[in-house]
Design a protein. Structure first.
Length: 331
């Protein structure tokens, strides 16, 4: 690969550390030191080292939800609209824990999946389970090494209002949500458009969510967050952990502010960028990545819905943009 470089430091997020002259396809064993002026065409091999950076104060919208009993708070019927069947509602918490009585069922890869349940319907009957080698596993668990995410709950998002564009139930009925990310007032929802900021750690072209802070100071809100396992992500604990009767102890043995939502918008321009465009997520929360949401709700390119243990998934945006899985990026 031959590349003409006007400035060795022109690559964003990397710095040139060594330069070798190449003659007749053979790379010199000694790196070049100092400045050089080229009178004729020459070929050089340049080695780059990634730079690192902590990026702070990235704006994010946070939503705090409350549930103080069955079908209360954010799960209140008033939030869904008039005459919406209980079997068509996406809710917070689980039917088995008494947070809601919404036995909403969808089909995922031919499997029947109750999106508001872990392993029990509202009447106590078992759901979301499978048997492997005589042992029962819950779809969302990692007991067999693979957790089951419910794909297809949403199909996009209204960029301006924040309303989710919903999929269909197993009976092909329309799904409804209680206004998780909308700007309008809802029962059991508090909106924090400016209180919180995100911190990212950059290594080369890789950006990793590292912390959440609020505008009252720089104190971390992720003191229990396990960045490797993707668990115990509770950024709104500073708002209190006792106002929801349905809050439960997490894997760290502590009580947290369980029910919350986060919307983070990123605008980017590719320009001449030819590096990786892979987004990777690991966690036990619902997560949806929507590309070009301003265009008729966008395209859901990473779909990790439902109630599940910490799982990981990723999307290569080059495959989405180029509309093919096999590609070569040449500089």
């Amino acid at each position: 690969m031959v590349q003409k470089i006007e400035n060795l430091s022109s690559l964003t997020n990397y710095k040139a550390v060594k330069v070798f002259e190449v003659n007749d396809g053979v790379v010199s064993t000694n790196p070049i030191s100092g400045n050089i002026v080229l009178a004729t065409d020459k070929t050089y091999r340049v080695y780059y080292q990634e730079t690192t950076e902590t990026i702070t104060n990235r704006p994010v919208q946070m939503f705090d939800y409350t549930i103080n009993g069955t079908d209360t708070g954010i799960n209140s019927s008033e939030n869904y609209g008039t005459n919406i069947p209980k079997t068509s509602r996406l809710a917070s918490g689980t039917t088995g824990d008494g947070c809601n009585t919404y036995d909403t069922n969808i089909l995922v890869s031919g499997k029947s999946y109750y999106i508001n349940a872990w392993n029990k319907k509202s009447d106590g009957r078992n759901v979301n389970q499978k048997t492997i080698n005589g042992k029962t596993h819950v779809y969302g668990s990692n007991t067999d090494g693979t957790a089951f995410a419910a794909k297809g709950i949403i199909t996009g998002i209204d960029y301006d209002s924040g309303a989710l564009k919903m999929g269909k139930t197993s009976d092909n009925a329309q799904l409804y949500e209680p206004g998780y990310f909308t700007k309008e007032t809802k029962i059991g929802k508090n909106i924090y458009p400016d209180r919180y900021k995100l911190t990212f750690q950059r290594n080369g072209d890789n950006y990793t969510l590292y912390d959440v802070t609020n505008t009252e100071g720089t104190t971390s809100k992720l003191s229990n967050y396990d960045r490797d396992a993707g668990t115990n992500f509770f950024p709104l604990d500073d708002l209190g952990t006792d106002k929801d009767n349905k809050n439960t102890a997490a894997s760290d043995g502590k009580k947290h502010n369980d029910y919350f939502g986060m919307r983070y918008d990123v605008q980017f321009t590719l320009g001449g960028y030819l590096g990786s465009l892979k987004y990777h997520f690991k966690g036990d929360d619902d997560l949806w990545v929507v590309l070009d949401a301003e265009k008729n709700g966008g395209q859901v390119v990473l779909d990790i819905g439902g109630i599940h243990a910490a799982i990981e998934d990723s999307v290569d945006l080059w495959q989405v943009l180029l509309k093919k899985t096999d590609y070569t990026l040449a500089r």
